[in-house]
Write a protein of this length. Structure first.
Length: 376
């Protein structure tokens, strides 16, 4: 099994916290779609003919595309790949794009999962972040998608936002829970260097949430969602039973994936590959047939480190049989040696021959994973 990620880089405007590759040059959309379809077709051998189980259109803002754009993309995918009829097919969308007409159009396409970037239901913070929607638009959009027959809806939330308190976070969670999405992703705001938000912090126009508040917000998130029937299956992801993101889970379980579009990453089991983060260079390179990507061949130590980072962060944990079989006894004993202090402290545990974070370990997961990495 394998997955395909399609990067749609276009945005009406950039949010002040975003450091993903995106552009507001919508006039280049048609040229981009042609180049993208060409890349998808030309790289059909990358996944070795494996059945496609997930397709994910991310961005940027995929909901900036029109029906013919989607038709062209799906046509080239289905012409060149063996797609499982039950594949999970996701589109990321901005709430204000999801009008009655747009949602109806999406329902005629292969999409069966929507991921909606809401971030917060606080209108003042949405305005500060330069989001294009308000809270009511987000609520209305989710109901609109539900009424159109979408039975698998995910929403993105952010916490640690400027001016946020435990009360405002609880109000966000109240609203999110009341909407009953199948999936919730919740990320702590990061002040990425080079973003407008980073500059505002440096100018002391906004302040970052301190560690105590951040931990309390995270703890509140976990307890509130668990109380309401959500499974905490990855550090930042929660779902109703059986409704985890199959596509994102493939990244954490070592499944092959092809990434198409500028800045998109690919993985085939023995190497990583990533495309140039430039719309112009991407289109020109695809049209000329010149190289648009870099490749990193993965040695056993890099693959081991990837294995640690991807498995420990999930509820499924690290299968110790696989650790020993794929990475050898040397790496197995190294991993166990580095994990033992955390097992002793009660932040890691071994159950059914699987190494997992405990509830306490989730709060210091970055440090635990860092300790277990192989360092030359």
């Amino acid at each position: 099994m394998a997955g395909i990620y399609i990067h749609i880089p276009f945005c009406k405007r950039r949010c002040i916290y975003c450091d993903f590759f995106s552009t507001t040059a919508s006039n280049k959309k048609n040229k981009y779609i042609k180049a993208l379809c060409k890349e998808i077709a030309e790289r059909k051998g990358y996944l070795g003919g494996e059945t496609i189980e997930t397709i994910y259109l991310g961005g940027g803002t995929p909901s900036q595309l029109e029906k013919d754009d989607f038709r062209n993309i799906f046509s080239v995918i289905y012409d060149n790949y063996n797609v499982n009829p039950e594949a999970e097919i996701t589109i990321e969308a901005n709430p204000d794009d999801l009008t009655d007409e747009y949602v109806e159009m999406l329902s005629t396409l292969p999409f069966n999962r929507l991921s909606m970037g809401i971030q917060t239901f606080n209108d003042d913070i949405l305005s500060l972040l330069k989001r294009r929607h308000n809270a009511q638009q987000a609520i209305d959009a989710l109901h609109r998608c539900r009424n159109a027959g979408f039975g698998n809806i995910s929403i993105d939330l952010m916490y640690g936002l400027p001016g946020e308190s435990i009360d405002t976070w609880n109000r966000d969670l109240d609203t999110a829970i009341s909407l009953m999405p199948e999936h919730i992703s919740a990320y702590h705001l990061i002040y990425e260097e080079g973003t407008v938000l980073y500059k505002l912090r440096e100018e002391r126009k906004v302040s970052e949430a301190d560690e105590d508040l951040s931990n309390t917000l995270f703890e509140t998130l976990i307890s509130r969602l668990k109380e309401n029937g959500y499974i905490h299956y990855e550090i930042s992801n929660f779902c109703r039973p059986g409704m985890h993101s199959r596509h994102n889970s493939s990244y954490w379980t070592g499944i092959k994936y092809l990434g198409c579009g500028p800045s998109a990453h690919s993985y085939n089991g023995h190497s990583r590959q990533w495309n140039v983060s430039s719309l112009e260079k991407y289109i020109d390179g695809i049209n000329r047939g010149t190289d648009i990507s870099e490749i990193e061949e993965l040695d056993i130590y890099t693959r081991y480190n990837d294995f640690v980072i991807t498995t420990i962060r999930t509820v499924w944990g690290m299968p110790l049989d696989k650790l020993k079989t794929e990475y050898g006894e040397k790496m197995y004993y190294y991993c166990m040696k580095m994990a033992q202090p955390h097992i002793d402290q009660g932040t890691l545990e071994i159950k059914d021959n699987t190494l997992k974070l405990t509830p306490n370990g989730i709060f210091i997961s970055d440090g635990i994973m860092s300790d277990m990495l192989w360092v030359e």
